[in-house]
Design a protein around this ligand. Structure first.
Ligand code: SAH
Length: 389
């Protein structure tokens, strides 16, 4: 949970903890991620999300002899004018509004909990249609309004210090659910403010759900969507070479952040079990290919765990691994997770680690407390709420 949270705006709904217990386990990094429930993709039971590509809004309009550009107008209503229901879309005919409301949904989630920190950070715990829960966060920093969104329920990567993967992966999020996080967070802003940046650093491994994530990010860039340019969108990955290569081929304009956490295979495999079948050399080679295609600076993330990966020797190994790459290292002091044995680094060990990197000329950034709280806290709120209910 985010430190310094002062107010719970909504109480948590009673949860369904048994769903998580019976869910498939993904700690071995198994790629078999269950698909979202069919009802979220088609109108088999409840109406689908209006932004779900499979819901076919354009085709729906065509069948009703409506011009297809109305889909754009509807997106403008949702993203730019914050319509909460078709009834708000006042330049559409009344009949069309009624039919849209009957055949599509804008809100497939409910807010199970809404927390606000003193520094303006807000965090939503969203309950999905199948009662699974995900988190998303709004960060306010100067003019920036950054959202941190989830890509999966749970995570299969099994990073041993992270709360998101403790129960394995439950399922991929749909495109509609990914976009709905943006809509929900946008609703928290006053009318004259808009979302400016997206970081896909919430729950889940985004590169394990590219098929649903990329259409959502494309809509976010659309001038009829949020109009957020690609260079303001960061995708954080544990480092899946095949998926990085797919991004290199299809869409290398995003800012990519690769989570390293260790500079040699034995320690990395201990901390990031999925590394066992991949290996650092492959991760770095794929990151290099992405860099060559994108020309954008690469970021490597390194969570500092006290007495585990925070010694000056660990820093030297990292310097050697990075070699001559013009990369930014994002050092994230560990945010303790209840029940896990890992500790924050001491201020002294953190400084010594940073000194080695800086002396070697590595570009380093320590994620400021606010950012650390948000990114690192992903997965924790869901757990706390599940334990409490
Ligand atoms: N699966 C993606 C996104 C995960 S969250 C990835 O691995 O990059 C984004 C970052 O937060 C990752 O670097 C992750 O290792 C880190 N993180 C997770 N739990 C944390 C914690 N408790 N404290 C600090 N950082 C954490």
């Amino acid at each position: 949970m985010i430190g310094g949270m002062t107010s719970e705006i909504y109480p948590a709904d009673p949860g369904d903890a048994s769903a998580a217990e019976n869910a498939p386990r993904g700690r071995d990094g198994s790629p078999a991620v269950p698909p979202p429930p069919p009802s979220l993709l088609s109108s088999s039971s409840a109406p689908p999300h209006i932004l779900e590509p499979a819901a076919g809004l354009e085709e729906w309009l065509r069948q009703r002899q409506q011009p297809v550009w109305r889909a754009k107008a509807i997106r403008r209503w949702l993203f730019g004018r914050r319509a909460a229901s078709p009834a708000d879309m006042t330049d559409l005919s009344k009949d069309l509004r009624t039919r849209l409301a009957a055949d599509f949904r804008i809100w497939t989630t409910t807010i199970a909990r809404h927390s606000r920190a003193d520094d303006g950070t807000e965090k939503l715990l969203l309950e999905l249609e199948d009662r699974q829960r995900i988190e998303c966060v709004l960060l306010r920093e100067g003019d920036r309004r950054t959202v941190c969104i989830s890509s999966q329920v749970g995570c299969a990567m099994g990073c041993v210090f992270c709360a998101s993967g403790l129960d394995g992966v439950i399922r991929n999020l749909t495109t509609g659910e990914i976009l709905e996080q943006l809509l929900r967070l946008q609703q928290l802003l006053p009318a004259d403010e808009r979302l400016s940046h997206i970081v896909v650093m919430g729950m889940g491994e985004p590169l394990a759900n590219l098929d649903r994530l990329l259409p959502a990010l494309a809509t976010a860039q659309d001038p009829e969507g949020f109009g957020i340019s690609q260079r303001r969108i960061t995708i954080s990955t544990v480092g899946l070479p095949k998926a990085i290569d797919r991004l290199t081929e299809e869409n290398p304009g995003y800012h990519l952040a690769v989570s390293l956490h260790a500079a040699e295979d034995p320690l990395r495999t201990r901390l990031v079990p999925v590394n066992k079948s991949i290996g650092l050399a492959e991760v770095m080679a794929a990151a290099d290919r992405y860099w060559e295609a994108s020309g954008r600076r690469l970021t490597f993330e390194y969570v500092l765990l006290g007495s585990v990966n925070d010694s000056p020797e660990d820093a030297q190994r990292l310097v050697r691994l990075l070699g001559r790459r013009a990369a930014l290292v994002n050092v994230i002091p560990y945010n303790a997770v209840a029940g896990l044995p890992w500790r924050e680094p001491t201020p002294g060990s953190q400084e010594r680690f940073l000194d080695v990197l800086r002396t070697a000329g590595v570009n380093v950034q320590v994620r400021r407390r606010k950012g650390a709280r948000i990114d690192a806290a992903c997965g924790q709120l869901r757990r706390l709420a599940a334990q409490a209910t």
